[in-house]
Design a protein around this ligand. Structure first.
Ligand SMILES: O=P(O)(O)OC[C@H]1O[C@H](OP(=O)(O)OP(=O)(O)O)[C@H](O)[C@@H]1O
Ligand code: HPA
Length: 178
């Protein structure tokens, strides 16, 4: 299996780009079916979700808007447990269906925080679409409406996900070698 080095850590290929592509296609078809008449506001959660959001949005077949928020809670391979909002949402979400686009739900702290915050602004509905989900790591009771792939509780990089800023550009996903 292909191995790469990023900073002080070694990683091994775990999810090839072809599997990611298939998972996103399946999700896009479900979103097209479910939300074509809802005029949803799609929200890309930066930084990690930039690649997933771009690829998903190319497969959305109805007119819709996309906006961006920037949240940060990781340092190295650990969640700090504190979610910093570096860029907020400008759009008025009152009465709208909002779809949050996440690269990964790990502990669930980030998405739980954002969903709670948005719900105070009276949207019609908040849906969560995440490419990756670590069920064993998740500490929050959150409803995930669209999940691309469930993965083990190991630190990963690639396809938007980073280790201290590196690895986001990789088209495949790699798991840290312990
Ligand atoms: O479920 P959680 O444990 O909260 O982890 C998920 C969040 O962690 C990552 O963001 P990060 O804070 O690393 O910022 P980044 O997107 O800029 O890498 C990822 O993009 C998610 O937003
Ligand atoms: O496994 C991960 N890798 C990179 N960033 C992350 N943010 C949450 N979980 C992860």
């Amino acid at each position: 299996m292909k191995r790469i080095q990023l900073l002080d850590k070694e990683f091994v290929l775990s999810i090839p780009a072809s599997d990611i592509k298939r998972a996103i296609w399946d999700m896009a078809m479900k979103i097209n079916r479910d939300l074509h008449d809802k005029n949803p506001l799609m929200v890309c959660i930066l930084n990690g979700s930039f690649m997933f959001s771009a690829d998903l949005m190319k497969l959305i077949e109805f007119p819709c808007e996309i906006s961006f928020v920037k949240l940060s809670s990781y340092h190295g391979m650990e969640s700090t447990g504190e979610v910093k909002q570096l860029i907020g949402l400008n759009e008025n979400v009152e009465g709208r269906t909002v779809v949050l686009l996440e690269d990964i739900v790990d502990t669930g702290v980030t998405i739980d925080n954002l969903v709670r915050q948005l719900k105070t602004q009276n949207p019609a509905d908040v849906k969560v679409a995440t490419l990756l989900f670590k069920p064993e790591a998740c500490t929050r009771d959150i409803k995930l409406d669209y999940v691309g792939l469930e993965i083990p509780n190991d630190f990963i990089v690639g396809y938007g996900l980073d280790y201290d800023g590196y690895g986001r550009n990789l088209p495949d996903i790699y798991t840290v070698v312990k």
